[in-house]
Design a protein around this ligand. Structure first.
Ligand SMILES: [Zn+2]
Length: 145
């Protein structure tokens, strides 16, 4: 049991928990925005498209009513739409983050490649020597400047 708490402490102190908590809070807040969007705009649109003026009169708002039994397809559709919007946004965020990470990595690589070499390899003895050397300090061979 003591080991469990030690492991938990280590986990909590790594900062992952804070990141995770922030993610959960943002996710919840974002979920509210999306569900309010679907409730306010998309659901009425669905109701409008599905026809409030249907001759049969079986559609009322986001519900089918058959023999007095209501099928609340509106809230099901809005849950599906919520999920799709959140999944799409998360996918885009993930792509953006991955892109930024990749860009940073390639930028660093480029910088490393662009950094001027300060050493060269002596063609006679294969030692690594100063790039400006005209005489190898290892084998004393004369080198072209
Ligand atoms: Zn040499």
């Amino acid at each position: 049991m003591k080991k469990f708490f030690e492991e938990f402490k280590e986990f909590a102190l790594k900062g992952n928990v804070m990141d995770m908590a922030i993610g959960v809070i943002i996710g919840a807040a974002f979920g509210n925005i999306v569900s309010s969007l679907t409730d306010s705009f998309i659901n009425p649109l669905i109701a409008l498209i599905c026809g409030g003026n249907s001759e049969d009169g079986v559609k009322i708002g986001g519900q089918f009513v058959i023999n007095g039994v209501a099928f609340d397809y509106g809230s099901f559709l809005s849950a599906v739409i919520n999920f799709l919007i959140i999944a799409l946004v998360l996918f885009c965020m993930l792509k953006a983050v991955n892109g930024a990470v990749e860009k940073a990595a390639s930028l660093k690589k480029k910088e490393e490649a662009a950094a001027e070499p300060t050493t060269k390899i002596c063609p006679k003895c294969q030692s690594e020597i100063n790039i400006k050397a005209t005489k190898c300090p290892c084998c004393t061979a004369d080198l072209d400047a």
